[in-house]
Design a protein around this ligand. Structure first.
Ligand code: AP5
Ligand code: MG
Length: 217
């Protein structure tokens, strides 16, 4: 299963991807996670990416496309993968199509996790993420059992630098401008599916699995 997860910041792409990894045994490729790791490690890539991420802008295509190409070539992607946060604009989507055509392995599904804009701010300001395993929590909707500590691995929970109100507003604008047009892009290729991203995380997950399983059969 070669899957792209689309959806606004805070829609729940990462939350659902973590559950899909377990069920389908395929890796999640989150460009946001890869870039945040580079920032935390202080690599040259991280230094370049940080200035864009802190403003809620997209990191240049040349940087991100290179990262994804390298990741897709790894062995664990042979069975499929979940692309989370990539592609983010038409240029990235077109390049991805070219790369996958060369590999003779086109995308199976582009799935939009659809959440109204009004719900996203509270989700993002309340998000906490584990430094160890990247599991997401939310202080309003899905808090950890012990404040500040990951239920899964005991790691420390932190708030992302770009989850500040002003930055979130810009991320949502960038999404509307650059990423939302991909809904049409994949619609025209007949691989677009949509799931409502509101309600319990498990219910949304079950709906996603029904969609994916019907594609595979
Ligand atoms: P990225 O890391 O991709 O962030 P994003 O797209 O803004 O999306 P988020 O990770 O914020 O949201 P999500 O949909 O994963 O939601 P989550 O599951 O965490 O990108 C960050 C930055 O990196 C970009 O701004 C850009 O600078 C750069 N970047 C990354 N990719 C790039 C690319 N391809 N090109 C260029 N630049 C790139 O959930 C959010 C919260 O809601 C959590 O607290 C969660 O617990 C909660 N939640 C989840 N589901 C529910 C539910 N059903 N009900 C209530 N709460 C819920
Ligand atoms: Mg995410």
């Amino acid at each position: 299963m070669r899957l792209v997860l689309l959806g606004a910041p805070g829609a729940g792409k990462g939350t659902q991807a973590k559950k899909l990894i377990e069920k389908y045994g395929i890796p999640q490729i989150s460009t946001g996670d890869i870039l945040r790791k580079a920032v935390a490690d202080g690599t040259p890539l991280g230094k370049e990416a940080k200035s864009y991420m802190d403003k809620g802008e997209l990191v240049p295509d040349s940087v991100v496309i290179g990262l994804v190409k390298e990741r897709l070539a790894q062995d664990d992607c042979k069975k499929g993968y979940i692309l989370d946060g990539f592609p983010r604009n038409t240029a990235q989507a077109e390049t991805l199509d070219q790369v996958l055509a060369e590999m003779n392995a086109p995308l199976d599904v582009a799935l939009v996790v659809d959440v109204d804009k009004d719900d996203l701010m509270k989700r993002l300001t309340g998000r906490r993420t584990c430094r160890g395993c990247q599991q997401m929590y939310n202080i309003h909707f899905s808090p950890p059992k012990k404040e500040g500590v990951c239920d899964k691995c005991g790691g420390e929970l932190y708030q992302r630098d770009d989850d500040k109100e002003e930055t979130i507003k810009n991320r949502l604008d960038v999404y509307e401008r650059s990423t939302a047009p991909l809904i049409d892009y994949y619609g025209k290729k007949n691989i677009l599916k949509t799931v409502k991203g509101v309600g319990s995380i498990d219910d949304i997950f079950n709906n996603i699995c029904s969609i994916l399983d019907s594609q595979q059969s």
